[in-house]
Structure formats: C-alpha cells, structure tokens
Design a protein around this ligand. Sequence first.
Ligand SMILES: Cc1cc2nc3c(=O)[nH]c(=O)nc-3n(C[C@H](O)[C@H](O)[C@H](O)COP(=O)(O)O)c2cc1C
Length: 708
Amino acid sequence: MVAESYLILWASQTGSAEWIAKNIHTEATQRGYKGTCVLMNDYEQSTIDTAGVIIFVSSNTGDGDPPDNALKFWRFLRRNKDKDYFATRHITLLGLGDTNYSNFNNTVKRIEKKCKELGATVFYDKGLADDAEGLENVVDPWIEQLWEALPKVLATQGPIESSETSVEQLNDMLKTTTIAPEAEKPDPYSMKGRKTGLPDGVEKYLDLPNSLIEKKAEEPGLEGTALTLDYSGLVPGIKLTGLPKASAPSIQWTSLAATGSSSVDQVPGFVVTPTPIVYAPISSVKCLTTEDAVKRTLLMELQVDDELNFEPGDAFGVIAPNDEDLVHALIRRLAPSVTEGYEALHEVKGESLPTHLQKATSVTMADILRYGVDLTSSPRKALLRMLADHTSDVDEKTRLMYICSKQGLAQFNAVRDQTPTLLDLLTTFPTCHPPMSRLLDLLPPHQPRYYSMANSPLKHRDRLQFAFNVVTYTTTTGIHRQGVATPWLDRLSGTAPFRNSSSTTTTTSTISDVKIPIFTRPNNAFVLPKDTHRPLILIGPGTGVAPLRGFVQHRQEQRLIRQKIGGLGAHPKRDIAKEFGAIHVYDGCRDPTKDYLFGDEFAGFVKDGTVASVRLAVSRPQQGTKAYVQDLIKQDGALLYDLIVNQDAAIYICGDAKGMAKGVNDALAEMLCLHDPQLDALAANKRLMDWMAAGKYLRDLVSGNKAA
Ligand SMILES: Cc1cc2nc3c(=O)[nH]c(=O)nc-3n(C[C@H](O)[C@H](O)[C@H](O)COP(=O)(O)O)c2cc1C
C-alpha cells in the first residue's frame, strides 16, 4: 500500500552514508512507502518545502564538519531564520561518525538542533553510528525500528518482515540459490598442473612500461589468506536472528560486446574528483626514519606545474590503484577468462547509481577493480550476507549467515579485526561466486588518499612535498597486511634506504618515471592568519608536523621577502621580529635517534629566528621519563596563557584525532582554568569551542587509517 511521502536527505564524504540512505529508500519503496532520496546539496530539486517526513542521513569530515556535498544545504539551513519553516515537519536523523573524533557525529547533531529551532518535531530518536565500533551495530537496529516509527508518523503502514532465519531454513534456501555458472567452469588460465609458461592472454599484461600499475610476473599469482574463525557457537538448531536483509540488486553489469584496453597509464575516465587530475612525477624521496624505528616515514616531493594553486595547510588527493596482484587474482576468480577481465567492456547501469559508478559507462572489470571499488577495508555485514546468497556449499553458506547474525557478532568482529581483502573472503569461502553486479552493489567506493602539503609555495612554487608513514601491520591472527597508496608510493619511489641513525641527510633511490595522479583539496579551515603579527602555537607530533613545517617555511619566506623589501632601519633583525609574531612548536616522536622527522630543519628555523622555541615530547626515550605533547603544554601553561589570551596567538593542532587531539584539548582547558579562576572545566571547554568557531583554534585531524 502506498503511504504519504517521505524525503531522505543524505550527505556522504566517502560513500557509506550514500549507500545506507539509498538502501533505506529501496527498502521503504519495497515496503510500499512513497518518497524520494536526494543529495543534501540538491535540496532545491526536492520536496523540502512540502515533505511531511524528512529522514537525514549524514557522515562527517574534518573536525566535525558536514561532508562537502552537504555544505550548500547546511548554509541554507543556517541562514534560514523562519521559525516556522519546519513547523509541520517530522524528522529523524541517522549519523555516521567515529568516536575517535572529539566532535562525534556533529553534523546530524547540528542539523537536528537547527531543524528544531525552525519548528521541526523529531518523530524517532536519532541514531549515532560509530565507525570505530562498526557502523552496523547502530545502523541495522536503527533502520529496523524506523519501520516501526515510520508508519506511525505516515498515514498508512507497509508490511514488516521478520529477519529470523534458522539453519534449517538456510538449507531450504540453498535449494533455490542460483550459483553463478562460472563456478563450475574450468579456469583456462589456471596455473594448476602447468609445468612451464604463463596462461594464455596473461603475458601482455606483465611488462607495461611506465605504468601506474606494477605487475608482478610470478604466477600463479596472489593467493588469498583464509581467515581464522571459530564456529563453535554454530550448533544445530540455532536460530539466527538480526540478519541483515538481502539487499535488493540495483546495479547491472552489462556487456557492451566490445573490447578496449585497460587504462594502465591513466586514471580511467569514470573516476570523479573534486578538482582536475594532475599527473606529477616524483622528483625526490627521503626516508626520515631509521630501520629500527616503529614506522617507516617518507618525505616525498612531486614536481608540479607552477600554475598549481596551493597554500600551506592545504591537502591533496592521490589516486592510487588497488594492488595489481590483488586485481589480477580477483579477475582470475571472478571473470569468465583473464582476457575478458582485462578487455571486455561493460556498462554499469541502474536506476539510482552510487556517485562513484555514475560515469562507468564503458569500463573493464580490471579498471573497476583497480579504481572503482574498495577491496581491502573490513567488509560490511550486507556484503557477507550477499556472499552467502552466492555460496553453493551449505556449510560455508551457513557460516557466512552466522557471521552476519546477532549470534555470530564475535565472529563478525573477528572478521573485521583480520581486515580481509575481497580475495581473502573468497578464499575462506571457496564455493562463493558472486556476480560482478552484486559486488558493485555492495563494495564501498575506492577512495583517494589525502595528504597535507609539507612545504610552502613561496619556497618552491613547482614542488609539492608531503610526509607519510608507509602503512603495514600484522593482524591479531598474524596476517601481514599493507595499505593501498603508501606502499605503492614507496615502491614507485624505489624504496628509499632508511635514514642513517647518526644523520638526517637525504638518501637517494631509483625513482620510477611513473607520474602520480593527484588533485588539490584546499583546506580553508587550516590556514595561517593573514595578520603576521599574531603569534602561532603549532602542535603536531609524528607526521602531524608536516603541514606545520609548511607554515613555518611560509613564515621564513615571508620574513626574507620583508627583508628584501628593505626600509627596516638601524636594527633590521629587531624590526623583522616586530612584524612577525613568535612561533612556538610542540613536536613529538618516540625516540629522537630514530624518528624525529624534521629535527635538523627545525633547529635551523630556531637558529635563523623564524621559530622562537621547539619543544620535543619523547614518548619512548632511551633514558628519562616519557612525555607527550599535552604534558609539555601543561608544563608551559603560563607562557601559553599569555600568548593565547593576551597576545591573541592562533593555535594549530595536526595529527591523531584519538589520543593526541583529545589530550591537547584537555591540557588547554586545564591551562585556562588554572590561569583564570573564573573559569570551571565546562566554561573552559566552551571557550575553546568559541575559539574554534572564530578560527583561532584550528585542527586538522585524522584517525588511524589502516587503509592509507
Ligand atoms: C577525515 C575524516 C574526518 C572525520 N571527522 C569526523 C568527526 O569530526 N566526527 C565524527 O563523528 N566522525 C568523523 N569522521 C568519521 C566519518 O563520519 C565516518 O567514518 C563515516 O562512516 C564516513 O561515512 P561516509 O563514507 O558517508 O563519508 C571523519 C572521517 C574522516 C575520514
């Protein structure tokens, strides 16, 4: 039965909120409700003026900021002064956030507050999902209960399905499950039983000169790693509840009956970026850490056109393909043949295509697997549920269903902890043969990786430097994993030798002539104050110091320019000092002999007067007590209070959102309370929030992202 209409307004930075919003819409439609699902920034094309029920779904970016595709809507909402604008409207909200960030789910909280001010009534409490714990934990039950709340607020009610499935029912389902025909076909390119040579059609992909994709020649190629999971809770007769519903197929993977070559040197045209892609050669690389340091950190320099606009504090995106060995192995597993996987052109079709596939009108499977979908981050329950539908062996199918169920939560968490690639999942469940269309429905979008610029354009107009840790880690079950972009960049730059512990001199390496596809991403929320008289307090341990180095370089160049202009009088040094506020840097490392990233450079900044002081917090000293940046801030409370409150210093924090940013925030609040007896903890935190809003306290934070 068709009910009154609802409006879903969604905003998403990396695709999860988009996927969830569209799924809610699909399910609502299946349940007989009528409504629309619209991107927040396209609100003008929606029924916002008349919709009785609005469901907001949004993630966050930056420091509790709305996603880019919500900014226009957010401005519209904020400027709206009509207290009755939403007077007859009923709203609910689903936020996707991460408790690693201090402004947890700030976007939906702010939207809710503003909508209430404009007269809206909340018909169902908002859901605040946490990426740190697994979005499903909140999203799935929230959506389940939405189907109870929605009919009450709408005029009529759609049918509500039960999500209980028993093992016996699964057996019945198996009888009707269609398994992709490829499952039974022998793989003509398999190396099994071959003594020499490579499978037909593979050789030509092995030696691509100047390619973005580095193909390894060894065959049979990458093997997946089967996951370690415990199914002892899966006892006969167990009722599996809380299973995600089998999501409706919405994407078609249609053959164009034509072939084309894979875009090995260029990012394929379907990849959408906010600013144009620029191909930048690597001009130098240096490893900033010693071999025995916990992390391998590189400083890379790209050569760019001097027309490229960037300011210190800006970031840029790198479009790195998924690992080619992984892509190749998946093609062998999923495509009818390896040649077809690399050459057969397809169109991605569907009514409401996700943003990342909307331009995929003529693509190969290889390109989709390289640049279209995320193959390496922890799987969603809905993906596992879909894989179960395409698994022929009853035990494997049951296990997959168990992992998705409420009863199998511990095993779902065990899957997440092992961060399996798609290949690992298919290896763990060998009779699983999902069609490409369903994978496109359920795999998240492949993401560009963002890095902060570590240099000033005043120093090098045509150079772009950035520092990053090469992401490799071992899971609790002992599987060695690596990120996508950082190991790729490391390889392309010739795996620079480690820093020698006794010096920080540049090391050379054999750099590939591959050009790195990048696009700029201005960061208006992390900029130097225009007024150079204002002192700066720069806090950034680890790679967080990189953009701060860009700020300091900028100030150093500004000082030189000022000096060159002349007219400074009898005491040029003193006059210059008057023009530029003092800079105090708070840096941190584990052990200065191993991973103090820009030690020499900052010593130089102090020497030439650009920086007033550098305080280094050492968390794993060979001798003495360990310290974090927040400890040093507490020690320097009186100095910092004077700088911040009396001299209007601007505070910059860059780095880890979790421990460091929270610790520094607490230390600043404590410092305020100590030096201003009128402030209690609450008022001190409120003052910090006000400073954030006023652009005096700026933060550029990241949560530990394994997929970098
Ligand atoms: C750069 C960045 C900044 C983020 N900032 C916040 C934040 O301030 N508060 C929060 O609750 N979540 C924050 N998140 C977490 C996202 O909201 C969360 O991961 C969400 O699931 C992403 O959904 P999306 O794919 O729809 O963008 C941030 C994530 C990233 C990558």
